[in-house]
Design a protein around this ligand. Structure first.
Ligand code: GRG
Length: 302
């Protein structure tokens, strides 16, 4: 009963925060009619096609638990969602996963064509760094802003997202080891989730020990998130997920269920979340939202 109530609470929290994040995304993104409209319409189409806004919400929740300022954190939160949306757009392209459904809507290249989809993805990635460079603050906070930008660039580049995607694509149909799968998941998916937490800690000027604990928390929930995504690809329906399912097995992708089976994968995800929650002790009651967000990751159905 208590855990059902918690689940309801966290879902309500997520939907309230999504409204706030969407409002600011709307302000940061150029209006559809801004010249040249084709690319701005496409950027807005993908950003507002749906999405749980987990990365921005994790970022806001972390920063706020540490007493960070909302006006600064919201720049970080929206930049992370722009980067995430760019990665989804490019991942769906014919040259990559060739998907026709994302967030319950036709993928961007199906709707606007491949060239505009590539450019809209590039536009979102670039705008994200502009929005980060515009984090408000006095001269003293410039160093902090630079550290945040550097941390995010590392998570998104060849040592993170792009590196993970390259190994994922090149391993398709080949024999893979547990180390391969852990690398792919941690880099492709985990890095952005981890940096959503860690960059918020940096922006809120957490001390070194707190930053490390939060980075460990983010790393574990990031990996757990992708393990659950692998499970949902086997168990979830296209309607529930708003994207195609069953593609991992068909494409002989490197996944946790392929390595360990569904039951063991579920246990791995739960253990990762418990390990993550164990890092939050220093925050006491202030970490309650982060704890619930972490548990939502293993309980989610979409
Ligand atoms: C840079 C081309 C390129 C790719 C990088 C991150 C990535 C690699 C590709 C994105 C596609 C993908 C399957 C990523 C795995 C992470 C994942 C499960 C994304 C979906 O995240 P959710 O569930 O999506 O948070 P919503 O729609 O709710 O935002």
């Amino acid at each position: 009963m208590k855990s059902q109530l918690r689940e309801l609470d966290i879902r309500r929290y997520l939907s309230r925060r999504k409204v706030v994040v969407d409002d600011y995304l709307d302000q940061f993104l150029p209006a559809e009619e801004t010249h040249p409209p084709a690319v701005h319409q496409a950027m807005r189409y993908s950003v507002f096609a749906g999405g749980k806004r987990l990365r921005p919400i994790l970022s806001l929740a972390t920063g706020e638990a540490l007493g960070g300022e909302f006006d600064r954190l919201i720049h970080l939160a929206c930049a992370l969602e722009m980067i995430h949306t760019y990665s989804l757009i490019h991942d769906d392209l014919p040259a990559m996963d060739n998907d026709d459904l994302r967030r319950g809507m036709p993928t961007l290249h199906r709707k606007f064509g491949e060239a505009i989809a590539i450019l809209a993805g590039d536009g979102l990635l670039t705008l994200a760094f502009q929005v980060l460079a515009e984090i408000p603050g006095d001269r003293q906070s410039e160093g902090t802003r630079l550290r945040v930008i550097h941390r995010i660039a590392r998570a998104v580049g060849t040592s993170g997202l792009i590196g993970g995607q390259v190994v994922d694509l090149t391993m398709e149909g080949k024999e893979f080891t547990p180390q391969d799968v852990e690398y792919i998941h941690s880099a492709k998916t985990g890095a952005l989730l981890q940096t959503s937490v860690e960059s918020a800690a940096i922006l809120a000027q957490a001390d070194e020990q707190a930053r490390r604990s939060l980075a460990a928390f983010g790393g574990s929930i990031g990996l757990a998130f992708q393990v659950v995504d692998d499970i949902l690809d086997v168990e979830g329906s296209r309607q529930e997920l708003g994207k195609s399912s069953g593609k991992d097995e068909a494409g002989r992708k490197a996944t946790y269920p392929a390595l360990y089976g569904l039951e063991a994968s579920r246990r791995i995800a739960e253990d990762l979340v418990e390990k993550a929650v164990g890092e939050l002790g220093f925050l006491g009651a202030k970490a309650e939202i982060l704890r619930q967000l972490a548990r939502f990751i293993t309980n989610r159905r979409f």
